[in-house]
Design a protein around this ligand. Structure first.
Ligand code: SN0
Length: 312
C-alpha cells in the first residue's frame, strides 16, 4: 500500500513538486480531479496550518473530510501483547481497524515524547497505524519527520530561487522549549535531493541524526554559513545526542537583520509557529523578502498533490 510518511515513500519527489506547482498555477481547471473518498485526520497534537491546509486541499478535490482530536477519543494502547489494565481503553489494532471502516485515507499527527529516543525514532504510533489500518497513511508530522511541510518548502524554494543552483542554509535558532527534530530531519531529507548547495549550521550539541546529514556541509559558525545564502531556513530543535534537551549556546543564534545582511539578499523561511524575537527578530519576519505566508500557502498545494497521488 502507498503511504506518505517520508520522502522514501515517494518514487518521484520531483514529480510531486512539479504537480503542486501546476495545481497552484491552475487551481480550478474545468477538468479538476474529483475524488469520491473519505479522509480522516487524527491529531494527537495541536495544529493550525497542517489541519487547515490538508482540509482545504481535500475540499478542493471534492473529498469527504472528518477531523478528530485524538484526545476526544479513548486513550490508545500502542504496544502489542500488553495486559490492558491501565488507563488505555482501546488498542491501536481496534482503533486503526475501525477508522479504516470510515476512511479511505488516514492522516496522523503524532509528536515525539522527546524522552525515549528509541521509541520516538521507531515511529511506533505511525507504524502501528500502518500495520493495523487497511488504508494508506499520511503523516501530518510524526515523531521524526514532517514530509508535508518539506514538500511545501521544496515547492517554495523551486518557486523563489534566484539562480539555477541556489545556496540554502538551514540554521538552528534558539527556543524556550524542547522541540522535535522532525522539521529539520525532513527538510534535509527532501532538500538534499534538489539541485541546491545545502549548508546546515548549528551550535555544538545540536547535531542531527547522522543518517540525514551524511555528506552535507555542517558549519558551526552561523555567520560564515550565511555568507552568499539565497535562502535562510530557521528552526529550533532539541538535542539528539543528549536526547530532548534544550541547547543553550553562549552565542546568540537568533536570526537578525544584521545576520541577514551577510547573505545574497536571502529569502527568510520558517515552517511556523514561530516565537518572535526568540527565533527571529521582528524586522526579518516583517521584511517583504520573508516567505512564511508563501510557504503556508504552498502547504495547500503540497497536500493536494499528495492526496491526488495517494488516491490514484
Ligand atoms: C512543532 C515542531 O515540530 O517544532 C511544529 C512545527 C510545525 N513546533 C512546536 O511545537 C512549537 C511550540 C512552541 O511552543 O513554540
Amino acid at each position: 500500500m502507498q503511504h506518505f510518511t517520508s520522502i522514501t515513500d515517494v518514487p518521484n519527489p520531483n514529480a510531486l513538486i512539479q504537480r503542486a506547482l501546476e495545481i497552484k498555477r491552475a487551481p480550478n481547471p474545468q477538468s479538476a480531479i474529483r475524488i469520491q473518498k473519505s479522509l480522516v485526520l487524527l491529531f494527537f497534537n495541536p495544529s493550525l496550518r497542517t489541519r487547515l491546509s490538508t482540509e482545504k486541499a481535500a475540499q478542493n478535490l471534492g473529498m469527504n473530510i472528518i477531523t478528530m482530536n485524538a484526545d476526544a477519543g479513548w486513550k490508545i494502547e500502542f504496544e502489542d501483547g500488553t495486559v490492558m489494565d491501565g488507563d488505555k481503553a482501546e488498542h491501536v489494532r481496534e482503533a486503526a481497524g475501525v477508522i479504516s471502516q470510515y476512511a479511505d485515507v488516514i492522516g496522523i499527527r503524532s509528536f515525539p515524547t522527546l524522552k525515549d529516543r528509541d521509541w520516538d525514532y521507531a515511529e511506533v504510533v505511525l507504524n502501528q497505524f500502518k500495520k493495523y489500518a487497511s488504508v494508506p497513511i499520511i503523516s501530518l508530522e510524526s515523531a521524526t519527520l514532517h514530509p508535508l511541510q518539506s514538500l511545501a518548502d521544496a515547492v517554495t524554494i523551486e518557486e523563489f530561487k534566484p539562480r539555477p543552483r541556489p545556496k540554502v542554509v538551514l540554521t538552528w535558532a534558539p527556543h524556550v522549549r524542547a522541540l522535535p527534530q522532525a522539521v529539520p530531519n525532513s527538510f534535509v531529507e527532501w532538500i538534499k535531493t534538489r539541485d541546491v548547495e545545502l549548508v546546515v549550521t548549528h551550535p555544538l550539541g545540536a547535531e542531527l541524526v547522522p543518517q540525514f546529514v551524511d555528506n552535507l556541509r555542517v558549519e558551526y559558525d552561523q555567520r560564515q554559513a550565511f555568507e552568499g545564502a539565497d535562502f535562510i531556513y530557521a528552526k529550533n530543535w532539541s538535542s539528539f545526542s543528549d536526547y530532548g534537551q534544550i541547547i543553550s549556546p553562549k552565542e546568540n543564534w537568533m536570526v537578525t537583520p544584521e545576520k541577514m545582511a551577510l547573505t545574497n539578499a536571502a529569502r527568510f523561511m520558517h515552517c511556523l509557529p514561530v516565537r518572535r524575537n526568540v527565533v527571529v527578530a521582528d524586522a526579518v519576519l516583517d521584511d517583504p523578502r520573508c516567505l512564511i505566508f508563501e510557504q503556508a500557502k504552498n502547504r495547500e498545494y503540497a497536500a493536494q498533490a499528495v492526496l491526488e497521488w495517494i488516491c490514484e
